[in-house]
Structures are given as C-alpha cells and as structure tokens.
Ligand binder design. Structure first.
Ligand code: PBG
Length: 329
C-alpha cells in the first residue's frame, strides 16, 4: 500500500481558496509614486521613454496630491528640474525651487499625504553628477564626498522646512545619513524621517529616469560612487552603516535584478525596507506590452508582488496609480 498522493493543487481550486492561503499581498498603500516637477514648464511634458509619465508644472501639484490619495497610494516622492544648473547644484537649495514649492502645494491640499523628497544634486548640477567635482593632482576628476555632504545636508533642511515628511538621499556619498540627521535635528526637524537609498547599484536601468530628470552625466559614469552589480555582501555593509547613522528606512535599487540583495537586506535589519522599481524596469514592461509580447497589467502585478515577496515593505514605482486602480482601492 503506497501513500496517498500529496495534492497541493487542492488549495488552488478556487480563487477564494487561493486568496485564503496567499503568502504575499499587495496593497495600494505599499506603493510610492515618483513625480517630476519642472520649474520651466506650464503644461505637462511627456517623458518619451516612460509611457504615461510626464514632467509636471508645479501648478499641478495640488491636483496630483488629490489623485494619489483618491487612489489610496501610500506616498509620493518628488524630483525637481530647476530653471538653471551650476557645477554645485545650488538651485537645489532654493526654497522657491520646484520641489519645495510642490511640497508646500501638496501638503496644503492634502495634509495627510506622505510626501518624500529625493535629496541629490544630480538634478541641479550642469555636469549631471551626484556631487561636487574636484580634480586630483593626477588630473583625475572625481566627486568630492565631503563637500557634497554639506550641500546635501542643506538641501534636506530646505525640503524638511517646506514640509516633506521624509527626505531620501540618493547620492551614495559616504556618511550622508549621519550628516543629514545632525543637520535636520539642529534645525528643529527631528521628526522628519530619512529614507536612505542605502543600496544603490550603478545600473543601466536608470536610463529613462535620466531623460525624465534631465540628469545624465555629461562625462564618465557613476561607478565611482554607486555600487558594483556583482556585490551583495557590500550591500549589507552599506545597509548597516546607514542604520547606524540613523536611517529610519532603507532602500534597495533597482529592484528586479537585485531581488536576492533585497531579501538579504530584509533579513539583516528590523528597519522598514523599500525597493525602487526603477525607470528602466518600467520602460521594459511597457515596451514589451506595446509590441503585444506580454500583458501589461498582469506583468505589472506579478512584478510588484514579486518585489514584495522578496522582502520589500513598500515599493517606489511608476506603476503606482495603475496598480492601485487594479487593486480596486
Ligand atoms: C539620483 C537618482 C536616480 C534615480 C533616482 N534618484 C538616477 C541615477 O542615480 O542615475 C533613478 C530612478 C529611476 O531610474 O527610476 N538622484
């Protein structure tokens, strides 16, 4: 007498049974919508490489805030395109710049909306790098870590003063989380959270974003400060450092090519962990769907569920509004 056949399929028979035993769920309030505010435009300007995504004029901020809460999306994260750029990214420190103005408009319209602001100079520098440059005696040009920290700290305070709930440094300079925490506390913003882009790889998948935020480096690449795709142990070191420096939340970026890293970071900390489903990941799905190679909505939900399954508490994604609609919130 053999054993009876073990039948996992019993629990897959109906959608109700499948829902009952589902391990990973996705909800609109797990999602964070990235937005690009451009100081120099009066009407939305479509980003050609990202179907459905546009740079927005600041005058649209309040409407956008209402749309996000109506769909039940958890938060938004703001990027800015200034009118003019310089080598140090000083436009990012202007309280009348696109991001501070958009934050104020969104928080005035919908005070409960969680507003995050990306802290980095690449959107504001004329050379497009994530820091201030210096030339070494050897003639090599590199990003000056510690001078960049001063600007980042000032930028975080400007965004906090405008009303950001969360500031999110994405520059990958060493020591920036501690620097931001001290600066925020010293200015009375001890309640403003820091979401650190703790584990950020030098990735080809940021291509469309660089059009959206007009921040492609004019020379060289970002491999001198962003992480090497081959490294996973280093991700845990970066995460631990940012936690020790006072980060409230950690992020892994990009998401899909680094789900193993996301899982490892999730298992190494008790802090909330987010993942950034970046512009290139979004563009790929749209490109394939446009050619009828895959179903856009099904692929979107499968991707977002997989990022959650790998350990993300929340996901930054350009799919946020559509996914929330599909989830029926
Ligand atoms: C840097 C920053 C980048 C992204 C978010 N913040 C670009 C980069 O490092 O080159 C990429 C996000 C995306 O691709 O969706 N401020």
């Amino acid at each position: 007498m053999g054993f009876p056949t073990i039948r996992p399929r019993r629990l897959r028979r109906t959608k109700e049974l499948r829902a009952l035993v589902r391990e990973t769920t996705l909800a609109p309030d797990d999602l964070v919508l990235p937005l690009f505010f451009n100081a120099a435009i009066d009407v939305p300007h479509p980003v050609t490489t990202m179907p459905g995504v546009s740079q927005l004029p600041v005058s649209h901020a309040a409407t956008e805030a209402r749309r996000i809460v109506e769909r039940g999306v958890g938060a938004c994260i703001l990027f800015g395109l200034p009118r003019a750029k310089d080598p140090e990214g000083r436009a990012g420190l202007d309280p009348e710049g696109p991001v501070p103005r958009a934050i104020r408009a969104m928080k005035d319209a919908v005070p409960e909306l969680v507003v995050m602001a990306d802290v980095c100079v690449d959107e504001y520098t004329d050379h497009g790098h994530c820091g201030v440059l210096r030339t070494l005696p050897s003639g090599i040009v590199e990003v000056d870590n510690d001078r960049t920290l001063e600007i980042l700290a000032e930028m975080a305070v400007v965004f906090a003063r405008a009303g950001a709930d969360v500031v999110a440094p994405s520059d990958m300079m060493d020591g920036r989380v501690g620097k931001l925490r001290v600066a925020l506390d010293a200015s009375g913003f001890e309640s403003t959270s820091i979401l650190s882009y703790a584990v950020k790889y030098a990735s080809a998948f940021y291509g469309p974003f660089r059009e959206a935020a007009d921040c492609a480096p004019k020379f060289g690449d970002r491999a001198g400060y962003q992480m090497d795709p081959g490294n996973a142990r280093e991700a845990l070191r970066e995460a631990a450092l940012d936690e020790a420096e006072g980060a409230d939340m950690l992020m892994v970026k990009p998401a899909l090519p680094y789900l193993d890293v996301l899982r490892a970071v999730r298992d190494s900390t008790t802090l909330p962990v987010g993942a950034y489903n970046v512009s290139g990941e979004y563009a790929m799905v749209h490109a394939a769907a446009d050619r009828n190679m895959i179903d856009l909505d099904r692929a979107t939900m499968e991707i977002l569920t997989s990022i959650r399954r790998a350990g993300a508490d929340f996901i930054l994604t350009y799919h946020a509004l559509r996914a929330a609609e599909l989830l029926g919130a």
